[in-house]
Design a protein around this ligand. Sequence first.
Ligand SMILES: *Cc1c(COP(=O)(O)O)cnc(C)c1O
Length: 366
Amino acid sequence: MKTANTEVGQSPVPRLIINLAAIQRNYARLQNLAGKAEVAAVIKANAYGLGADEIAPALSKAGCRTFYTANASEGAQLRQTLTGQSANIYVFSGFWSSEREALKKHSLFPVINELSQLEELRDMDPDIPFALHFDTGINRLGLGASETEILLANPDLLDGLDVRQIMSHLACADEPEHPLNARQLIAFSRIRSAFPKIPASFSNSAASLLGTEYHFDILRPGIALYGGNPTPNNENLFEPTVHIEAPILQIRTLKPGDLVGYGASWQSERPHRLATLALGYADGIMRASQQGGYGKIGTSNAPIIGRVSMDMLSVDISDIDPDIQVGDWVSFLGPDLDECANSASTISYEFLVRLGSRFLRLYRDN
Ligand SMILES: *Cc1c(COP(=O)(O)O)cnc(C)c1O
């Protein structure tokens, strides 16, 4: 068995293993679903915490030409990462005059979400290409209903400007039966028919699975690329891309009545074998994971026992191979990403972006 001691030169550090080839295969799965539509990639928040510097070039190699970031600073970083490659980089947060220079310097396209931003861009930098975001029901970002009507009645507001894309975002795409999906589709289709020549983008990962009528010209997936299940009530069509390997620091045997961890919150009722791992909430394993969270050794589950500490947690290995020893690895996430998130009362997105900076991060290509 491979041990931590031999593999990382005695260093008991948890590692985060990110499979770039799996991300590329998820991109290809989306491209299959998309047919003729373009598949872009949302790589905001450092590619959902997994590393935009590594993932963006891998996606570019897989054929991705359009990327979405949250703000101009993420966009600038991405432009640098993709130096020499053709890439449309959009910035969701809008057109801010404070970011004009960055937008121009790095050829970033703001996603405009208010008419005042449109006016400002027209006055200051009419040459900057941009996208127009219409809010069709999520009430988060985008031109609201009354601003939308103003623009539909005055399409000349766009004369001479370089609108590269119109877009909208669904509130409930992960619930295919939710009536808001169809309502937003109708609203966006109406807007689209007013601008038939401008490429339209409507679907995140979950909406990409709602059917081709939701696809328009450009899909905008994030979580599916990274292997999270966009519709957790259905089977996951996407491949896991990330797992944790945490080394066992110590193994102990508990007698009935022994207590475990801070607060002595867990008491054994029978003899147990317990492994203490170098992995804790500083690495993003939430304290709430003590309720039903687990790691894996091979295909066996090793349930989290007692409280998660900053740098350590304990798992029950009573029913697993008795040859397990200090230095062996316990894995987390992988195909169980959604279940791990669920056991911490959250979703795959939040679990991924909270993965800590202390991991030894390894990028694989197969
Ligand atoms: C984050 C985001 C996406 C990607 O969503 P996923 O659910 O991760 O596919 C797409 N569009 C907008 C506007 C977003 O904010």
